[in-house]
Every structure is written in C-alpha cells, then in structure tokens.
Design a protein around this ligand. Structure first.
Ligand code: SAM
Length: 331
C-alpha cells in the first residue's frame, strides 16, 4: 500500500489512539469537574484492526492515550498485540508509547515494558504536592505519580518525559522547580502552551505562558541552550548550560508547527480526527460495522487523511472551537 500523505504533502506516520474516555483526574484547565465520560469505547480487537491497517499504510509510532489509558483493563495485553505489528519493510518493531497521568503507573510499568511498550510520557502540572492536588482535584495523587515516574525511569522506559501544561496565574511559578526536578530525577520535562481545548472555555491568549517567557523565567535559575532537533519534533529541546538536565517546550500557540504535523488520532469510540482542532470527525468504526474489507478501510482512511486541515487557527478571529475537548479526543 502507498504511504499516507495529505494534500499538503505531509506524510502521516504517528497515530494516537484513545482507549477510554474515562479519566480519574479532573484537572481544572481540562475538565469542568462535573462531566464524566461522554463517549464509549471499543473492544481492543477493533483498535487493533485499525492499527494493523494503518501500520500497513506507513504508521510507525502508536501512542495510547485517553481519558486515562491505564484505567482500561486489558491494556497490557493490547500493548503485547500491538507489538507484534511491523511497519512494512522495517526490521524494527513498532514504536509504542503511552501518555498517562501516572496515577496507576508504578504497578503497571514492568508488565507494560515486558509487553513491548517503548516510551512513557507522564502529565504532571506541579512539583508542589498541594498545588498538584488543587490542579487535579484528587487528594494524594502526587506521591503515586512520582512513584510512577521513578518506576518508569528505573525500568528503562526512558528517557521518561514529564509534560506540564502552564496556565498563567496558576502554575508558572513551577517553572524553576520543574527545572530542578528534571535535573534531580533525570527526566525530560516539557512545558506545553495551554490550548483552547478545555471543557470550561477559559482560554484566552493572555492565559498562555509562551516559549519566550518560559526561557526567560528559567534563565533566572540557569540559562538553557537549544539542542538541534529533527524538523518533525514538536518540542524544541534545551539543555542547561552545565549540560545537566533536558527541558522541552511545545509551543503550538506562539510557534505553531502544523506545517510538519505527522499525526492523526482515533477517539475511544473509533472516530478519526485529523487535527486536534477538527470541527468534525470521521467514523472509522462505522465502516467496520458495515463489514468492509481491510482494503476498503484503507481507502476510507486515505480519503479522510487527504483532507487533513492545513493548520489550526488558535487566537484568530475566524477560530471555530474543536468539536471535542482534549480529554475526549486523546491528547
Ligand atoms: N490522562 C492522560 C494524561 O493525563 O496524560 C492522557 C489524556 S490528557 C487529556 C493528555 C494531555 O493533554 C495531558 O498532558 C494534559 O495536560 C494535556 N491537556 C489537556 N488539556 C489541554 C489544553 N487545553 N492545552 C494543552 N494541553 C492540554
């Protein structure tokens, strides 16, 4: 099968699959705190078939996400089955990553690694335990998450990435403590600019802590030196001037990287989304329910990917909010 490209010539190599719409955290910048899951999920066999067809079309990286993916029973077995898929012509395995809030990670790290997981990203928006609780609205989560990060690092699922979304007036005072955390815990801390993808619609340009501000704030502790990166990498990468500790900054608002976006997503209920900011999605699972063949499924996917959006329009007057918020897409 020919590799997947959109009409702007971008090749699509990364797939994110949300395996559940449920989440055990209620992060204030993400969820209202009143809504639970809004969408159902599918048997793992359905996600596996979608992934198999897509790997045959050039997908080389699969990231499991949610909701909170570790809430889903059977995730270890699913990783084992995914790890049997081989990109055509490649003599290496599929790259299988996980994005998690880390709450349930410590006990699952070993089985996940043994099943074939290659990388873990843990979301953590404060290194101060009280602040962490105020953000997640779940008591005593911090110790669980820290244990999960350490277990992942010690199991060799590294370099473990710790993603922190910054929200002005809320946690930008955590920037320097996170710099220390990266150095002390030997993890890559990545700051992410807040995007208008929250349930509560509190986003405005002024809530975004930008790349330049992060660099300036960190320089009050120690300067960061940029590391060359591959064009396809979404994060700009930095090292502290003494070579100890890596920091990443993902700046979709102040420095959009849509021009080299290589991603598509499948939601927990089996819809393809070609952009986080898509205003519609495409029902892949409905095609499967109709009994189509793998070739017909591939044709459907090709038609959808062809129409991938050129770019997001965050902050522009013509911005139309996405049809789903981040937790219901799979970040
Ligand atoms: N539960 C998993 C977790 O916590 O990583 C996976 C789902 S969560 C929605 C994925 C990521 O999206 C998290 O790192 C979260 O901080 C991030 N996120 C949620 N809302 C966001 C927003 N409006 N802008 C930027 N990132 C956001």
């Amino acid at each position: 099968m020919a590799a997947l490209h959109d009409k702007f010539g971008r090749s699509i190599t990364d797939l994110r699959i949300s395996i559940t719409d449920r989440c055990n955290y209620k992060c204030v910048y993400c969820r209202t705190g009143n809504e639970g899951a809004l969408y159902g999920d599918l048997p793992f066999s359905a996600y596996l078939r979608m992934a198999r067809v897509l790997v045959g079309m050039g997908i080389t990286k699969v990231r499991l996400t949610g909701g909170e993916p570790l809430l889903r029973n059977g995730v270890v077995e699913f990783v084992r089955e995914l790890s049997q898929l081989r990109p055509p012509g490649a003599n290496h395995n599929l790259d299988i990553a996980l994005t998690t809030n880390g709450h349930l990670l410590a006990d699952l790290v070993r089985p996940l690694k043994d099943a074939g997981l290659t990388r873990v990203t843990v979301s953590m928006d404060a290194v101060d335990p009280d602040r962490f609780t105020r953000i997640t609205r779940v008591p005593s989560g911090f110790d669980h998450v820290l244990a999960g990060i350490r277990a992942a690092r010690d199991a060799g699922l590294g370099p473990v990435k710790v993603n922190c979304v910054l929200l002005r007036g809320f946690n930008e005072d955590q920037i320097i403590p996170f710099g220390l955390f990266a150095r002390e815990e030997n993890v890559v801390v990545r700051f992410i600019e807040f995007m208008p993808l929250e349930e509560d619609r509190v986003w405005s340009k002024s809530t975004v802590v930008t790349l330049e501000e992060i660099l300036a704030r960190m320089a009050e502790y120690r300067p960061l030196i940029e590391i060359p990166r591959a064009r396809s990498e979404t994060a700009r990468r930095y090292r502290f001037d003494d070579g100890i500790g890596e920091i990443g900054i993902i700046a979709p608002v102040s420095h959009p990287f849509c021009g080299h976006c290589s991603r598509i997503r499948i939601t927990s209920d089996g819809k393809i989304r070609t952009c986080l900011f898509s205003i519609w999605d495409h029902d892949l699972h409905a095609q499967m329910r109709r009994g189509v063949s793998d070739d017909e499924l591939a044709e459907f996917i090709r038609g959808v990917v062809e129409k991938k959006e050129e770019r997001h329009h965050i902050g522009e007057p013509d911005f139309v909010p996405a049809s789903r918020t981040m937790v219901h897409i799979g970040g």
